[in-house]
Ligand binder design. Structure first.
Ligand SMILES: C[S@@+](CC[C@H](N)C(=O)[O-])C[C@H]1O[C@@H](n2cnc3c(N)ncnc32)[C@H](O)[C@@H]1O
Length: 753
């Protein structure tokens, strides 16, 4: 009998004994990929020190297999339960439990498993005996799988696995069916790549997956089409706005509700039959189009194109349905209404969102070459045209809305109104929704707004009623202001001075604050009066850590400005503002709150009068103790010694910051921070990594002293635990300090608004 103290100990010894006999090339990492005790070839293994109830353990295994199916991973044919101290192994066949495996479980797999009725095991092995041990080895060498059925719970996992296994595959190769004119039979209906793992899906069309069609897009389409579907609960809430738009239709008028990017029709599905009879829908992705036809085709006024022709399928897209093409704008089915003065036009859309960058292998995303974008660029300049959603919004007003009673109900982050001035129309009403529920995992604010086609260049502030989704119901989260941003940090605050004695002889750094070999996009200035380089300028918080930094010399990427010693204090609120989202992660903040220089006149006057002296020093204290301040001390390749002056380490003499901090009247909050900093640097000095010639800031301690490695179990081991602990505590105190002492004044002076 074995006598292990822990499961872990027994499990590792089991693998050490058996793995070399089964497949010496396998390591523990290959086997332990999915939070279970291991999948070894076609076997799921579950270890217990002692098995007290086989059925309970079996049910735990079934839950692991259920999780594998949902992730798009093959389900092993064998379940092997191992009683470590009894040296017994029990073999079950997963096929006997397929119905249970194809259910979805929530909560931990090891919880609430009693009461499961299992069948008796197929075999039992006493592997302390030679014969049984060799039988067990034979079982563990097998690579057989239990085929599973595809459904809406697992299809996304299998799609992801498929596109990974067959990188050149397109959506049709995965979900193609026999309906319609384009008849590619995809993997789900005729498995080849996954022939051993899945049963063919027998659904004739893909309608069962209608809410997931965006997630089934291949990698290229995901990037090009920017499809993030609206959850039904939000679609229904936004119907309130749509109905307000319908209420604006003048008596005697017909009206149409146009959605040029309807996907599978999520926005419209729960409209009434009467409302649907006014809808004109289209979408550019072929399989969405087919589902749209199937689900809503008979109930809406038109789908564009109305019927599928032999050439409708066009490399995964629908010919004639690209809303950004001239052909679409001139589509006669839609034009007949737009040209009819007795018809009111309502657009109701959730336009696609995409990243501005081109996709691998493409010169630029296809929509960048579209007719609408080229027309938009002729009329509006700047980054506004980097956003696919903006092309939809701009073209809605440009080509469709004509009368003051026409309306646009549109989902999009507020940026297009708040900072990009894309729309100068009357806002009637709007909601704020949580982006997390749109098939993303980002907490951010999406506005759905009802715009009338009446000019309004005066309004500076909108109010949105905010709704999160909790337990599949909308939950009111209060009313949120959205204030217009008129000027950017770069317009009013960035230090653009050049000095006669500036030279272009400096070094350039990467975002980690160390020298970079990347080609610089800036001139590497050097001057004794330079303190460093600040990046804080973007108006939004899309990539908060990329768009916020301080370093001792110019950053090769640019997008910032050089900070000089004579006025650095008054520049620090920009850095402080750029940290807002990091410390305020509620969904209501991201994509609603932005940075501005709109309070610049008041701010500069109050700086000049000395009114803000103490607050600026609070900003300094925060800056010195904040992790995104990437200033370090090091010897540059130009032979100069770069010293971090925005830190509180006075081991090698005062820093600029320590001199200025001396003028801060310290309350309890400041004293707490200073004490924690004192503790951190004292602990850092005790470590082998500490270099007494350097002047350390928090980030340099984090990067060079708070080091770690992963142990055999994949757990992080901190080499200087005292330093690590002190840093963790500091982070928490810094966050509290920021939100109580810094943020309110950032809002007061509109650094944040
Ligand atoms: C954000 S999704 C919204 C889908 C659906 N209306 C909803 O709310 O769930 C945007 C949709 O636009 C489609 N799309 C992307 N580019 C398009 C284009 N150029 N023309 C028409 N539709 C497009 C995508 O395929 C996707 O279905």
């Amino acid at each position: 009998m074995a006598s292990y103290n822990t499961e872990r100990e027994g499990q590792i010894e089991f693998y050490q004994t058996f793995l070399p006999l089964i497949d010496p090339s396998l390591s523990l990492d290959d086997i332990l990929a999915d939070d279970n005790d291991g999948v070894l070839k076609g076997n799921l293994l579950e270890f217990k020190l002692r098995v007290n109830d086989l059925n309970t353990v079996l049910f735990q295994c079934i839950k692991y297999l259920s999780a594998l199916r949902i992730k798009g991973k093959p389900v092993p044919a064998n379940i092997v339960i191992i009683d470590l101290n009894g040296e017994q192994a029990y073999l079950y066949k997963s096929a006997d439990y397929l119905a249970d495996i194809e259910k979805v479980y929530s909560g931990g797999a090891s919880k609430a498993n009693s009461g499961f009725v299992g069948r008796s095991y197929k075999e039992k092995y006493d592997y302390s005996k030679q014969l049984d041990a060799s039988k067990l080895i034979t079982v563990l060498k097998t690579t057989e799988w239990t085929k599973i059925h595809l459904d809406e719970n697992c299809i996304v996992g299998w799609a992801t696995a498929y596109y990974k296994a067959v990188p050149a595959a397109r959506k049709e190769d995965f979900i193609g069916d026999e309906t319609g004119k384009h008849k590619t039979i995809g993997e789900i209906r005729n498995p080849t790549e996954f022939a051993e793992y899945i049963y063919p899906y027998t659904g004739q069309s893909n309608v069962r997956f209608q809410y997931l069609m965006d997630k089934l897009n291949d990698t290229l389409q995901k990037k090009n089409l920017g499809a993030f579907y609206t959850p039904e609960i939000y679609a229904e809430k936004s119907h309130e706005l749509l109905r307000m738009a319908i209420a604006r239709v003048p008596a005697g008028n017909d009206y149409v509700i146009i959605d040029r990017c309807a996907g599978t029709g999520n926005l419209e599905k729960t409209l009434t039959n009467v409302e649907l009879s006014h809808c004109i829908l289209s979408t550019v992705e072929y399989y969405e189009y087919k589902v749209l036809q199937e689900v809503l085709g008979s109930r809406v006024r038109h789908i564009i194109p109305p019927v599928e022709a032999n050439d409708t399928f066009n490399a995964g897209l629908v010919r004639g349905a690209d809303a950004l093409s001239l052909e679409y704008i001139n589509n006669p089915v839609i034009r007949q209404y737009v040209d009819d003065p007795k018809c009111t036009i309502i657009l109701f859309e959730n336009p696609p969102y995409t990243e501005p960058q081109a996709v691998d292998g493409q010169k630029s995303a296809p929509w960048k070459n579209s007719y609408v974008l080229s027309e938009m660029k002729k009329r509006i300049s700047g980054t506004v045209s980097n956003d696919l959603g903006n092309a939809f919004i701009w073209s809605a007003f440009q080509y469709y809305l004509r009368q003051t009673t026409d309306s646009y109900v549109v989902y999009s982050p507020v940026k297009y109104w708040k900072v990009q001035n894309l729309v100068d129309k009357q806002f009637i009403k709007g909601f704020a929704f949580n982006r997390r529920h749109f098939h993303t995992n980002i907490d951010a604010c999406i506005m759905v707004a009802l715009w009338s086609n009446v000019s309004d260049t005066i309004t500076q502030e909108l109010w949105l009623e905010a709704f999160d989704v909790v337990d599949n119901a909308v939950q009111y989260c209060g009313s949120l202001p959205v204030k217009k941003v008129l000027s950017l940090f770069s317009d009013r605050y960035a230090d653009k001075r050049f000095f006669a004695d500036d030279t272009v002889t400096g070094i350039t750094l990467g975002l980690d604050g160390l020298e970079s070999s990347n080609t610089p996009r800036i001139k590497p200035l050097y001057n004794d009066n330079l303190l460093g380089y600040m990046i804080a300028g973007s108006s939004g918080f899309d990539k908060p850590d990329l768009e916020s930094s301080l370093m001792v010399a110019g950053c090769y990427r640019g997008n910032g400005f050089f900070v000089r010693k004579d006025n650095y204090l008054e520049k620090l609120p920009m850095f402080c503002a750029s940290r807002y989202i990091t410390y305020n992660r509620a969904w209501t903040e991201r994509a609603r709150i932005m940075k501005s220089a709109d309070g610049a006149d008041r701010y500069q006057a109050d700086v000049a009068s000395g009114k803000l002296d103490q607050w600026l020093r609070k900003c300094l204290l925060f800056t010195c103790l904040e992790m995104q301040n990437h200033m370090r001390t090091f010897m540059g390749s130009d032979g100069r010694f770069y010293r971090n002056e925005l830190c509180l380490d006075t081991t090698n003499g005062e820093t600029l910051a320590s001199v200025d901090i001396a003028l801060l009247s310290m309350g309890d909050a400041e004293k707490k921070l200073m004490a924690q900093w004192g503790h951190l640097i004292a602990e850092a000095k005790k470590t082998a990594e500490y270099d007494p010639s350097l002047t350390y800031g928090v980030y340099q301690i984090f990067s060079e002293i708070d080091t770690s490695y992963k142990d055999d179990n994949g757990k992080t081991v901190w080499l200087n635990l005292e330093v690590h602990s002190a840093l963790q505590t500091l982070k928490t105190i810094v966050k509290e300090y920021y939100n109580t002492e810094i943020v309110p004044t950032l809002f007061e002076y509109e650094f944040l608004k």
